[in-house]
Write a protein that binds this ligand. Structure first.
Ligand code: HSE
Length: 405
């Protein structure tokens, strides 16, 4: 019997308890021993739960229980998750988490502590929900130099875009529906302002390139400025708009990393990813493009990835899994101004001034506005040109990157 403690009994935590219970026999066959939920930490009362006798409000019950070697953290946020996880690892207990905020902010430190204490720190569920991506990246694709990782990493925003495009639903109603379905973060700002996708691309980049990338190093733009008009104009130009997290190595060996809405050509495989689904494209130098697709949010998909990590910890109580990266200081990240991109620009009026600054653009007239698909420029140059347009009195209604994936 392998006793497990679960910290948090919200959407994901209750899903983990459910899978450990309903899939008990299947998991037993895989491990050769039974996983037993010994403690569930939550400040709320769950008197009707079949596991009611396992609940505690006191973390000390877990940290002081020497039988518990595997602890699951699914509380979310930094406090108190960081302290609890750190104390568990220092005590030699392996920790599994779905908490991308924690991993993106403190991953290098926690991985180091895990290493020093011969424990595992696994976090497959922190990126892509139910999609296996961290293990494939660190194991199956290990023979590759990774050239680029680009993905739809946030189910909520993808769901919102889908509702806007397909159901003509407005932004607020679509967000409310995503929250009701348990997809959105507790604070929806993390989804719609791109912070959640930013944390996930940080984790992917840290793992793929070996040095911690912190969210502060990443140029991040949310989806709140994208209008239904933009979605429709993009569609008529054969594009779809998606929130993309992207990291690639440039010619100087630095990482270009960003999270922002992008227009994707309808030929791009990521353009077909709808609803709460995520899609992550890894470009390896040996494999070429490999794409991972599945449900990136929700109770059971996310819990499925957590349980897989629990099983891995249970099978490796004496050995360490080789998921690791060292701390970083951001010096390996290129300035966002140096990235090269074409742009979708929407300006009020006839677009004459915009075309002077962005010659050879594809042009579409739309309801008294002008839409331009520009040639490629350095992003810093694009910002300067947009400032010049504004100084000349031109109303710039939208500026969205064109993805080249
Ligand atoms: N809010 C996140 C999303 C949940 O919508 O993708 C999974 O990380």
């Amino acid at each position: 019997m392998i006793p497990v403690a679960i910290m948090g009994h919200g959407t994901v935590g209750s899903g983990v308890a459910e899978i450990l219970t309903t899939h008990k026999h299947k998991l037993f066959k895989s491990i050769g021993e039974e996983l037993y939920i010994k403690h569930i930490l939550d400040l709320r009362e769950f008197p009707d739960s079949p596991l009611a006798d396992r609940f505690t409000k006191d973390f000390e019950d877990i940290i002081n229980d020497i039988e518990v070697r595997v602890v699951v953290e699914v509380m979310g946020g930094i406090n108190p998750a960081y302290d609890f996880v750190k104390r568990c690892l220092l005590a030699g207990k392996s920790v599994v988490t779905s908490n991308k905020e924690l991993v993106a902010k403190c991953g290098a430190e926690l991985l180091q502590i895990a290493k020093e204490n011969n424990a595992n720190f696994l976090f497959e569920a922190s990126v892509g929900g139910g999609i296996p991506i961290l293990r494939p990246l660190s194991q199956c694709l290990v023979a590759n130099e990774v050239d680029e990782i680009a993905g739809i990493l946030n189910g909520t925003t993808n769901f919102i875009f889908g509702k806007m495009i397909n159901d003509n639903m407005d932004f607020d109603d679509a967000l409310k529906l995503a929250q009701d379905l348990g997809y959105a973060e507790r604070n929806p700002e993390a989804d719609i302002e791109g912070h959640d996708a930013c944390r996930k691309i940080c984790i992917l980049a840290s793992l793929a390139f070996g040095k911690h990338i912190y969210p502060d190093n990443v140029y991040t733009e949310g989806i709140t400025k994208v209008t239904l008009d933009d979605v429709k104009y993009a569609d008529s130009l054969n594009y779809v708009i998606k929130l993309i997290g992207d990291v690639k190595k440039n010619d100087e060996g630095k990482l270009e990393i960003c999270v922002c809405p992008m227009l994707l050509s309808k030929d791009c495989i990521l353009s077909d990813i709808d609803d709460v689904f995520n899609g992550i494209m890894v470009k390896g130098d040996c494999t070429g493009d490999v794409v991972f697709y599945g449900k990136g949010a929700g109770k059971l998909p996310t819990a499925s990835a957590v349980v897989a990590d629990i099983v891995d910890c249970a099978k490796h109580l004496k050995a360490r899994k080789r998921i690791f990266w060292v701390d970083g200081d951001g010096s390996n990240v290129a300035s966002y101004k140096d990235s090269i991109t074409a742009m979708y620009l929407r300006v009020a009026g006839d677009g004459e001034k915009a075309l002077e600054l962005f010659p050879d653009s594809e042009v579409m007239k739309a309801d008294g506005n002008t839409v331009l698909i520009t040639q490629e420029y350095r992003f810093g140059e694009i910002e300067d040109k947009i400032s010049a347009l504004k100084d000349a009195g031109v109303k710039v209604l939208s500026a969205i990157r064109i993805g080249n994936l």
